[in-house]
Design a protein around this ligand. Structure first.
Ligand code: SF4
Length: 373
């Protein structure tokens, strides 16, 4: 049974955190911008993979103003390798809003932060607590797991998780809210692990309802999992289209692209195993371009696999020679898409400067492996 009224001895957690915390650069600062960037990067990326990019990102964009002043392409390029590019786009857009409306500062009021498009409740709470010492409980996957176990709660409702995390925040006594949030996250990522929690070493084991009721075997039954989203198989047909007498290839960028919104990528077509249709303009433009192909596309022998959210993509690459010269091809593309897409021709060796997505890297590796171009 959940006993959320019992006071949890969080002092033990803070003492454990002080002794065991990993030495990370964003833990040595109260600068809201630096903490914000670290939190956004860490949302889908492991610490080890994120650290070198974090340092480099801050070198290029040392403050909100420099980030806001940069072009989107430059920011996306600096994000290369981290994936989930909507994070970079939101970060960039939010920086511009902060320059325009908040004197280039990360606001100190929760409501003002949440009013900025792209900053969710977790990021707002994490940054406000760590930078300004505001008592907002940051609820990420680690904290969700720790709280569910501490309170032996079988909830799957986000609001209930938040309420448990808020209760813990209220129990912190004189501890700094930022330290409190970080200590819980650290516990979740180092001891309170999803499948093999190290309860014997845990500073909160005496207060942990799940452990006290059922030991480690009981603890791993929390939190209760929501049914997983069904995986959807997707075939992605990628076209490397060259104009007549030209070695460059065509790239497209579209805001309605299913997986690659506003990112440069190769023209492609998607087929979904569950019968869903791809409504992006890209597909329609590609169909119209086929009228100008010199001969049928040549398919490369190698394919690649890639996952985006619950979609499992099988990618195949096709080489295409267009009958149109460069100028004509670009003009045709522009007419087809009526301003809804951008197009450009790029030499193959320069593609990596434009195609920054992780699926784009897979295409490049597949091309290199095939030795086709
Ligand atoms: S005792 Fe185990 S389950 Fe409970 S908080 Fe600690 S590590 Fe997690």
């Amino acid at each position: 049974m959940t006993d959320s009224s019992k006071k949890i001895q969080l002092k033990r957690l803070y003492a454990w955190y002080a002794r065991n915390k990993r030495d990370l650069p964003f833990r040595h600062t109260r600068d809201a911008y630096r903490i914000w960037v670290s939190e956004v990067m860490l949302q889908q990326t492991r610490v080890a993979a994120m650290l070198p990019r974090y340092t480099e990102f801050l070198r290029r964009f040392p403050d909100i103003e420099s980030l806001a002043a940069a072009g989107e392409e430059t920011v996306l390029r600096a994000w290369q390798g981290l994936g989930y590019y909507s994070r970079a786009r939101n970060l960039h857009r939010a920086a511009r809003i902060m320059v325009a409306q908040h004197q280039a500062r990360f606001p100190e009021e929760y409501a003002a932060v949440r009013a900025i498009h792209g900053i969710g409740p977790y990021t707002a709470a994490a940054v406000l607590s760590m930078a300004y010492g505001a008592p907002y409980a940051a609820l990420d996957g680690n904290v969700r797991r720790v709280t569910a176990r501490l309170f032996a709660s079988r909830t799957t409702a986000e609001r209930e998780f938040q309420s448990l995390a808020d209760q813990l925040m209220d129990m912190r006594g004189r501890a700094d809210p930022g330290v409190h949030n970080q200590a819980l996250m650290e516990l979740g990522s180092t001891l309170c692990l999803p499948t093999n929690p190290r309860c014997v070493q845990c500073p909160l084991r005496l207060d942990c309802n799940a452990y006290q009721q059922g030991g480690v075997t009981g603890a791993v039954t929390y939190p209760v999992r929501k049914p997983k989203k069904e995986t959807i198989e997707v075939e992605m047909y990628i076209y490397l289209i060259k104009p007549e007498n030209d070695q460059r290839i065509l790239l497209v960028r579209e805001s309605n692209s299913r997986f690659l919104q506003n990112l440069w990528f190769y023209p492609h077509r998607l087929e979904f195993a569950n019968g869903a249709t791809d409504r992006a303009q890209e597909t329609r433009s590609l169909t119209a371009l086929e009228a100008n192909w010199r001969k049928m596309p040549r398919k490369l022998a190698h394919t690649f696999k890639h996952s985006i959210t619950h979609h499992r993509i099988t990618g195949s690459i096709h080489l295409v020679q267009s009958k149109l010269k460069a100028e004509q091809l670009l003009r045709t593309c522009g007419n087809l898409s009526a301003g809804q897409q951008d197009w450009q021709l790029v030499a193959l060796e320069d593609v990596s400067a434009h195609v920054v997505s992780s699926i784009g890297s897979k295409v490049r590796h597949t091309l290199a492996r095939s030795g086709a171009v």
